[in-house]
Every structure is written in structure tokens, then in C-alpha cells.
Design a protein around this ligand. Structure first.
Ligand code: ROI
Length: 165
């Protein structure tokens, strides 16, 4: 079993509900068990500003799936939530990003873990910190160090405890 962390984001069509349903969808994937869920956050868009605020959260899972099979499962859930890929960094109904997959470092065409922008995104780091404040990255760096560097500009807690809504 591998412990992995998935970041969730949505800014269209009832974002909080999109994320809540996505947690349940993930837990029902064969070979995936959700073992931790963060608080629910609302955050200002990073990237183009002419789009709605985001809801963000993260989950910890235990999985028997290979990394690329897990990626397939995440993309299938995104598609089931009506995700359409139009403009880069544009609004979306559901984004599921694999942030960490055990302590593996993967740099393939389809998948890069640890996620290459996690250290600049407080909407990724804060939710994972909720679940595991002692987490160490494959580099040996502590998650809390990212959290302290990033601060909490542009992000607020919407709900403390899953189920959030
Ligand atoms: N901004 C915020 N606040 N939250 C996100 O989940 C998010 N996702 C993205 C981009 C467009 C980069 N901006 C975001 O993909």
C-alpha cells in the first residue's frame, strides 16, 4: 500500500459540493481508501483573475494502484464531473492533482510528483498540512516549512470537518 495525497479544486457549478462528491468518488475507486480529509477552503484564483474564487481541499489515500493507474482514476472522476479542458489556468468544475505518491519521485510525460508547483501554492500546502502536519517530502524537506514560507494570503477556511456541507 502506498500513501498518496490528492489536492482538490473547483470554481464552477457549486464548488463545495463538487469537492465533497469527489471525496466520495475517490473512496469508491477499487484499490483506493480515503484515510484523511482536510478542512474546506475558499481561495482567490492564482493565475487569471477574471474567474470565480476556488474551493480547495486535500485528501490522504491508501492505494494499491500504480501511480499512472491512479492518475487514470483521477482523470475519470474529473471527466464525470463535467471537466472540460479549454484555456490553461481557466475555471474548472473539478481538478484532482496528485501531489505526492509515497516517497516516489516521478518525472514522466504524463505525471510529475511531487507536484512541481506545490511549494508556491498555499491552497495545496495548507490542506495537506491539516491531514499530516509532520509530513516530509521525498527531498527530506518538511511540509511545515512550505507552510511557513507561503503564509495564508488569499485563503480562508469555509468548513472544519468532513462532511463539510
Ligand atoms: N487558484 C486557486 N486559488 N485554487 C486552485 O485550485 C487553482 N487551480 C488552478 C489555477 C488556475 C492555477 N489557479 C487556482 O489550476
Amino acid at each position: 500500500m502506498i500513501t498518496a495525497y490528492i489536492a482538490l479544486g473547483s470554481n464552477l457549478e457549486n464548488p463545495g459540493l463538487q469537492l465533497q462528491r469527489a471525496v466520495d468518488d475517490l473512496d469508491s475507486v477499487p484499490g483506493v481508501n480515503v484515510t484523511g480529509v482536510s478542512k474546506l477552503y475558499v481561495s482567490k484564483p492564482v493565475g487569471p483573475q477574471d474567474q470565480p474564487d476556488y474551493c480547495n481541499a486535500a485528501v490522504e489515500i491508501q492505494t494499491s494502484l500504480e501511480a499512472l493507474s491512479l492518475l487514470d482514476a483521477l482523470q475519470e472522476i474529473e471527466n464525470n464531473h463535467g471537466r472540460v479542458r479549454t484555456i490553461r489556468w481557466g475555471a474548472r468544475t473539478l481538478d484532482l492533482d496528485m501531489i505526492l505518491y509515497g516517497d516516489q519521485v516521478i518525472e514522466s510525460e504524463r505525471l510529475v510528483v511531487p507536484h512541481y508547483q506545490m511549494h508556491v501554492r498555499n491552497f495545496v500546502v495548507l490542506p495537506i498540512f491539516d491531514i499530516n502536519p509532520d509530513l516530509l517530502l521525498p527531498s527530506g524537506k518538511a511540509l511545515v516549512q512550505f507552510k511557513n514560507e507561503l503564509g495564508s494570503d488569499g485563503i480562508e477556511i469555509l468548513a472544519e470537518q468532513y462532511p463539510w456541507l
